[in-house]
Design a protein around this ligand. Structure first.
Ligand SMILES: [Zn+2]
Ligand SMILES: [Zn+2]
Length: 504
């Protein structure tokens, strides 16, 4: 063991010598601009770029410091980058391409020092392996779990499974790919024997490298920037500081920045299809109705069919899973259905956005003089070119959907060519009771009957879909995350000729 350790110290000395030769001693003067950049990155909220002594002047380690106070406590430097989770290790990479992975507890009392010859380095009398890392380029934090880091991680899902949630730090730490393990270092020291592993750094990988098996078929990649990329699996996941990007060279080098998630074996349908289906039928002179069942996930639909809560919708001409948009919340979902474009185009990517940057389907129906009725609950959710007809709980039974149904039925014979009807109670029940519970299923059963009433009265095509789904939480349900329960919804089409069974 001691032999390996000695070899590494010797090689570290060589590396330091080489590095000093490469960079030139003159680079390490006291002018901040000429100092090598050190980044604190990985599972942090604010990637910290330490360009010089000024960046750490409030964290100086005080007496006992080395070389004119050019020393800060590593713990303070790391915490200034705001780690977003409880982390259990740090990866320290060097400009020479090597890296060492250490337990955070082992280095948090270490000091970060600037040396005129070796650049930034970690000094710890109890941890010789730390000292062997000189010319430090990055300190990467690696979370021990993914519970509190949803905003920064990436999810890989399929239509019916949440396959992997991984943080950038964990991806750096995936020893098989990002860090090629090159050997172990064992040290004695005052705190007992400790181990550090040597790695080399690699920042590009493929989906299969994360999953451990090959992926076939089409994928959908969605970014927090609101972009959506439909692709095959040939692109690359790139690690950039505290987030992922997805790049596909065959899709004209298109990049989905700050990738929120990837759907593998992705359904071909999208809720954006609603826009195109409505326009298609309108242009052919066919009547069409869009029924939005707020918060009905595809998994809830399947459960409801399997357990006898849905009879009618299961008989539709076509039932398919479809992909919602990120973030899967009402505003973003409605905007996607109404504009046919991803959130990056409409600008409506979350529940605090209301105004679309691009026209909705209602603009074109105004142009075409299509007689249109848009029936909503008690508030207008996003701005549309045609004002929705709002419905309060007129009969005061604690429910708006019966009022929405009643209003829609009372307008059935008024010659509308396009109707959009937005029901809300499945989402309400999902939030209160969870996605797969008796209460929510009873509500789905009731809405199945509402759909039946509307379809049986409507002389035209009917599309039934949802803005997003719902997943269970400790106290009910929620949505807005990149997970199959929220992202995959049913897309159901009734054709006018296929309604014979209604006459029974
Ligand atoms: Zn909703
Ligand atoms: Zn909701």
């Amino acid at each position: 063991m001691k032999k390996i350790y000695l070899v590494l110290i010797i090689s570290a000395a060589l590396i330091a010598g080489l590095a000093a030769g490469t960079f030139g001693l003159s680079r390490f003067v006291d002018e901040d601009a000429s100092l090598p950049l050190l980044k604190i990155t990985g599972d942090v909220r604010n990637v910290k770029k330490i360009t010089g002594l000024n960046s750490i002047k409030d964290m100086q380690a005080g007496e006992g410091s080395i070389k004119n106070n050019r020393v800060a406590y590593l713990k303070q430097v790391i915490e200034s980058a705001e780690p977003f989770s409880k982390y259990n290790s740090v990866i320290i990479t060097s400009y020479d391409g090597t890296a060492v992975r250490l337990d955070y507890d082992d280095v948090k009392m270490s000091r970060l020092a600037l040396d005129p010859q070796d650049g930034w380095n970690v000094m710890d009398p109890d941890h010789p392996a730390g000292i062997s890392i000189e010319m430090i380029e990055e300190i990467i934090l690696v979370s021990q779990n993914t519970d509190s880091c949803y905003e920064y991680g990436m999810d890989i899902i399929s239509t019916d499974k949440n396959i992997l949630r991984i943080t950038p730090g964990q991806a750096y730490g995936k020893t098989s790919e990002y860090l090629k393990r090159e050997g172990d270092v064992y040290t004695g020291g005052n705190a007992g024997e400790r181990q550090a592993s040597m790695y080399s750094v690699e920042k590009i990988l493929k989906i299969e490298d994360l999953l451990g098996y090959e992926v076939f078929g089409s994928i959908v990649v969605m970014g927090r920037d609101g972009n959506i990329l439909y692709a095959d699996h040939s692109g690359y996941i790139e690690l950039e500081d505290n987030h992922f990007n997805y790049a596909d060279s065959r899709a004209e080098g298109k990049i989905v920045g700050d990738t929120a998630g990837i759907i593998i074996d992705a359904p071909s349908g999208s809720i954006m299809d609603a826009y195109h289906d409505l326009k298609y039928h309108i242009h052919r002179g066919e009547k069409v109705m869009l029924i939005i069942l707020d918060g009905l996930g595809y998994h809830q639909y399947i459960y409801a069919v399997d357990n006898g809560y849905i009879d009618f919708m299961a008989e539709a001409s076509s039932v398919k899973p479809a992909v919602s948009v990120f973030r899967p919340v009402t505003n973003a979902g409605l905007a996607a259905m109404f504009t046919g474009k991803p959130p990056a185009y409409s600008g409506i990517d979350d529940h605090d956005k209301r105004e679309s940057l691009i026209p909705t389907v209602f603009a074109s129906v105004i142009e075409d003089n299509t007689k249109t009725l848009y029936v909503e609950g008690d508030i207008q959710i996003i701005k549309t070119e045609i004002e929705p007809e709002l419905n309060t709980d007129r009969d005061r039974d604690g429910d708006r959907d019966d009022d929405i149904l009643e209003y829609s039925i009372s307008n059935m014979d008024k010659g509308f060519e396009l109707m959009v009807v937005h029901f809300h109670s499945i989402d309400d029940m999902g939030h209160n009771f969870g996605d797969i519970t008796g209460e929510t299923m009873d509500e789905i059963k009731r809405l199945d009957m509402y759909v039946k009433e509307l379809v049986s009265m409507w002389e035209g095509y009917v599309v039934v879909t949802a803005d997003h789904g719902m997943h269970s939480t400790e106290d009910g349900g929620s949505h807005g995350e990149f997970r199959y329960e929220d992202m995959i919804v049913p897309y159901i089409v009734f054709c006018p000729g296929d309604k014979d069974y209604l006459k029974e």
